[in-house]
Design a protein around this ligand. Structure first.
Ligand code: HEM
Length: 322
């Protein structure tokens, strides 16, 4: 009986997750034939793999870049625009990394065929390539996004790590995503780092109690107290996936850690206690469903509110409108 219910749950999850992916005017193989005999996506892949070989943390930088781009005015590369009041200057974006890699990729594709490949597509393709290099399952992603012309810090509305699951979910739902999308996308926290300033509250003064978060695994609490001593003058970095063998690997370790109360950010651990998300975390932690569902979640995130056809422009330089 139990395994029947579990199978039904898996099918429901797949249907809910896969059934809602809509790519609009985006197309698989969009760039084929648009650059003579040159393979644009292979050029992107080459630059990403060269960087990944030197710096495997680039997978985390790119995943976060995709999230912060696609959640604000859709996936239009608005986050890449420079300027005194640009999106880059908004608080949640201050620690976003990877802009230099996007510049490097853009230079390579412009050299091969100028004015053809959008910065918005470059972000999405680079994430796909980095995920596959970092142990994720290879996947295809439709292309044809165009670049936006507006990028303002005042447009940046992103969920905070201190929100409850229900508060974060409200923001997700306003963007057209459901609870499965949210839990799956947060699986990106299987790579990358945060800072002690986002974790201190859970270590020393949980909800004003003057005590640690009682839901935190004791060994993790002791480890994190070493990395983040009280009243430290430096804001040290902390791996989001606390499984030392999986720090830069795209796998389901994040969910397995959550099931052991070893989540780092408040929002991460909250996924394992809220009744609307706990069962999804449990399922992803205990099966092989994560790789294909994560890919699907990234494709759906990458199809959010895109500009296509004659909308927007193909920027010459990702940091400025033409
Ligand atoms: C409720 C949603 C989310 C919240 C509240 C959240 C919050 C955060 C925070 C606070 C950090 C650490 C920032 C710092 O210490 O400088 C972070 C890092 C990160 N986030 Fe999220 N995030 C969310 C969803 C996502 C999604 C959907 C993705 C990608 C699909 C993502 C990918 C990442 C990655 C990879 C890092 C590490 C970045 C690095 O190493 O440079 N996050 N996130």
């Amino acid at each position: 009986m139990e395994h029947l219910m579990r199978a039904a749950t898996v099918v429901a999850l797949l249907v809910l997750s896969l059934g809602t992916a809509c790519h609009g005017a985006l197309q698989y193989g969009f760039y084929s034939g648009k650059c003579g005999f040159k393979d644009v996506e292979a050029i992107i892949q080459g630059v990403v793999s060269a960087r990944f070989a030197r710096d495997p943390t680039i997978v985390a930088a790119l995943l976060r870049l995709q999230f912060h781009d696609c959640f604000v005015l859709g996936c239009d590369a608005s986050i890449l625009l420079d300027g005194p009041s640009s999106e880059k200057t908004a608080f949640p974006n201050l620690s976003v990394r990877g802009y230099d890699l996007i510049d490097e990729i853009k230079a390579a594709v412009e050299a091969a065929c100028p004015g053809v490949v959008s910065c918005a597509d470059i972000i999405i393709a680079a994430v796909r390539d980095a995920v596959a290099l970092a142990g994720g399952m290879p996947y295809q992603v439709p292309m044809g996004r165009r670049d936006g012309t507006v990028g303002l810090a005042s447009n940046v509305v992103l969920p905070s790590p201190f929100m409850s699951v229900q508060q974060a979910l409200q923001i997700y739902q306003q963007k057209g995503f459901n609870v499965f999308d949210m839990v799956l996308q947060l699986g990106a926290h299987t790579v990358g780092v945060t800072h002690c300033s986002f974790v201190d509250g859970r270590l020393y003064d949980f909800n004003g109690s003057g005590k640690p978060d009682p839901s935190m695994n004791t060994a993790l609490l002791n480890d994190l107290k070493q990395i983040c001593p009280p009243q430290s003058s430096t804001d040290n970095i902390v791996d989001l996936d606390q499984n030392p063998t999986s720090v830069n690997r795209v796998d389901n370790s994040y969910y397995r850690q959550l099931m052991q109360n070893r989540g780092v950010l408040p929002i991460d651990q909250a996924l394992a206690s809220d009744p609307s998300t706990r069962w999804i975390v449990q399922l992803l932690a205990s099966t092989n469903l994560f790789p294909p569902l994560f890919n699907n979640a990234l494709v759906k995130l990458g199809s959010n509110q895109v500009l296509t056809g004659t909308q927007g422009q193909i920027r010459k330089n990702c940091r400025a409108v033409n």
